[in-house]
Design a binder for this molecule. Structure first.
Ligand code: HEM
Length: 464
């Protein structure tokens, strides 16, 4: 079968059912991807074919058997699908878009910075970032009783601070403020239609969204280039205040042939980390807070665990608390920030009995996988206990994707989620604002690379 934008070839005879009324399907998937995928699987079975106007089409599976096939497919048959809507943000050299030997090479260069032993050194940075937000460093108003807070704004501020500290070692207030402004402008300038419709990416006498985006990207690149030049002049390293940061590690690591990464590629990898490591974790934090405050029993159990552990627990120990861990996993199960994981084929492959050829794209729907009734009892219920009762395989629970492209930041994200959540829950009592406390769950919509709640979820700070 052919899943690219061009007409299907002869092998298309064995494709799953083709959706007709493509624009209606595109609209339905754009409005509520989760529901649309659920409906498609119910109607067409697993796997099923989805067309994305402008980006081609893909055969999706949402079962552990399908995920196993895709994540275990021979690496030489797989590449990331192109065009990719986030390419303008991350750049063509990005790890996310790299293929074959180049992917292997870049991944090996970045991997030491994400090693578990290094990540544990960021515990204090993460806790300080959460405390700074609670103290009102960004807004000027601490989280005191009577205040209403926007969880998404707060979560984004915390995760941005963490990523800036972890990647660039920035925590001096003036530089932090400069990087925060420039990075936020960059991230906010590429969304909505610009993300989805490549035809809009053009100049119009300085007035288009595309020009605003490229200007913001240039400002960010200037900051990154200055920092790279400063580090190289210092001899490549540079110690962050708390620990050696990721940039220092990338500068000191060498490819197998002994050469170092060049400035352009390094700049794009750094932009990739800012893009991939910020909104994803922020969204998960918001959903975790939302779910906990809709389930008083769950929140109470977490509070008890945290109280018994003590407030001064070392962040690394905190991150190991079993119920906290289960809450974070259950949040990622029900609200995976990256809802689809895609691979483009460079040769013949069969996914769940569907023969595919070079150029075809296949994908795992993480929502479907995480709600498969064969694996998950009461799949729609938020019940962290399930993660204490049994272990799930990487083909049943895959919020970070799988195989050779599994999220390189997974350990950092897991660690950050646990420490920030514990710091917040341990420090303040919150109540969901009336609009969110009852009624329907907010819809999940795309925010750049991740998806998240469509509305700004707010909380009221209560007396302790
Ligand atoms: C809750 C937070 C996060 C989630 C749910 C998440 C999820 C994902 C997923 C699903 C993928 C695709 C994996 C695949 O294709 O199999 C991915 C890739 C990636 N993520 Fe994450 N991510 C998160 C946080 C982070 C962080 C904190 C960083 C870095 C600071 C990061 C950096 C990356 C990079 C560079 C890739 C591309 C890996 C490759 O192609 O080799 N992510 N992530």
């Amino acid at each position: 079968m052919s899943t690219a934008a061009e007409p299907a070839g002869p092998a298309a005879l064995s494709t799953p059912r083709e959706p007709r009324l493509i624009l209606l399907h595109a609209l339905a998937s754009g409005l509520d991807l989760e529901r649309y995928f659920g409906w498609r699987r119910h109607r067409d079975g697993d796997p099923f074919l989805v067309r994305f106007p402008g980006f081609g089409s893909a055969v999706f599976t949402g079962t552990p058997a399908g995920a196993r096939e895709m994540f275990r497919a021979p690496v030489e048959l797989l590449e990331p699908p192109l065009p990719n809507p986030i390419e303008p943000m991350v750049g063509p050299a990005s790890l996310i878009l790299a293929r074959d030997m180049r992917h292997k090479r870049e991944r090996a260069l970045l991997a030491p910075a994400f090693h578990r032993n290094r990540i544990s050194a960021y515990g204090k940075v993460i806790r300080d970032a959460a405390r700074a937000e609670l103290d009102g460093e960004r807004t000027g108003t601490p989280w005191r009783p009577g205040r209403r807070v926007d969880a998404r704004e707060a979560a984004r501020a915390i995760t941005l601070r963490v990523i800036l500290a972890a990647v660039f070692g920035i925590d001096e207030p003036r530089r932090l403020a400069e990087y925060t402004t420039v990075t936020t402008e960059f991230l906010n300038s590429f969304g909505g239609l610009l993300f989805l419709i490549p035809a809009l990416r053009r100049n119009m006498f300085g007035l288009s969204g595309w020009e605003r985006f490229t200007e913001a990207r240039n400002r960010l690149d200037e900051l990154i280039d200055t920092e790279i030049a400063r580090r190289r002049a210092d001899g490549g390293g540079g110690e962050a205040v708390v620990c050696k940061d990721m940039l220092a590690l990338m500068l000191s690591t060498r490819y197998d042939d002994g050469t170092a990464i060049n400035d352009t590629d390094l700049r794009e990898q750094l932009r990739t980390l800012l893009v991939a490591g910020h909104e994803t974790t922020a969204t998960s934090l918001v959903w975790a807070l939302y779910r906990l405050h809709r389930e008083p029993g769950t929140l109470a159990r977490l509070r008890t665990e945290l109280a018994e552990a003590g407030t001064d627990l070392d962040p690394a120990e905190l991150a190991k608390l079993p119920y906290l861990d289960a809450v974070c996993q259950e949040t990622l199960r029900l609200h995976p920030p990256v809802p689809i994981v895609l691979r483009r084929l460079t040769g013949d492959f069969t996914l769940r009995g569907v023969p595919m050829v070079a150029g075809d794209t296949m994908g795992v729907s993480v929502h479907l996988l995480h709600s498969d009734p064969e694996v998950w009892s009461e799949p729609q219920r938020f019940r962290p206990e399930r993660f204490l009762e049994r272990r799930y395989s990487p083909f049943e629970f895959a919020p970070f994707g799988g195989g050779h492209r599994r999220c390189i930041g997974a350990t950092l994200a897991d660690y950050e989620l646990r420490i920030v959540l514990a710091t917040m829950i341990g420090a303040v009592r919150l109540r969901l604002s009336p609009r969110f406390a009852r009624g329907r769950m907010p819809l999940t919509v795309p925010h750049n690379i991740a998806t998240g709640p469509h509305a700004a979820i707010t909380f009221d700070v209560l007396e302790p």
